[in-house]
Design a protein around this ligand. Structure first.
Ligand code: HEC
Length: 151
């Protein structure tokens, strides 16, 4: 990829970035060892305080959606996340990612696998949570209306 990227002009890079940012998100089904997901959720939401690892959501956003500066994490393949965290931790191949080098430095292989499992599953979990909140709201509205009618 480094080799491929080198031959692109700034204009081509901006064009490609615009194209990819407009692609719809494909949800990856929750698969593999699901016991990692809750462990990963803790790391994403709180970091690893005993090792001074910052919470990932502080930069990558509450739902891992990212923004202009911070890449989206939600729905990314776990294997890719693991590979990139290893790159930050062990190499200098991503010089723009100095902040991630610090973050990744103290993560164990287990931490990395857990947070990656959570992030791959995140859009599904988030959607499920939003749906259950919506359903609860609908339900309480219904109860309220029924109560109002009865009164
Ligand atoms: C202080 C802000 C900050 C925090 C906290 C942070 N990140 Fe990042 N992260 C970044 C930035 C900036 C990049 C883009 C780096 C680059 O350009 O190479 C990035 C990139 C990444 C990437 C590579 C994404 C890709 O598409 O290649 C992964 C994976 C990642 N972060 C995971 C995490 C995890 C897991 C945590 C929590 C343990 C975390 N980050 C916490 C700022 C942060």
């Amino acid at each position: 990829m480094w080799g491929l990227g080198r031959s692109l002009t700034d204009e081509q890079i901006t064009g490609l970035a615009g194209y990819y940012s407009k692609q719809p998100l494909t949800r990856i089904p929750i698969e593999g060892d699901t016991s990692r997901i809750p462990l990963g959720k803790v790391i994403f939401g709180s970091g690893v305080p005993t090792k001074n690892v910052s919470a990932c959501h502080a930069c990558h956003g509450e739902a891992g959606k990212g923004n202009d500066t911070f890449p989206r994490m939600a729905g990314q393949h776990a294997d890719y996340i693991i590979k990139q965290l290893n790159v930050f931790q062990r190499t200098n191949e991503r010089p723009e990612g100095a902040v991630m080098k610090t973050v990744a430095h103290e993560l164990t292989e287990e931490n990395i696998k857990n947070v990656a499992a959570y992030l791959q599953a995140l859009p599904n979990i988030y959607l499920r949570r939003r749906m259950s909140v919506a359903l609860r709201q609908e339900h309480s509205c219904h109860l309220f209306e029924t109560g109002a009618n009865a009164g």
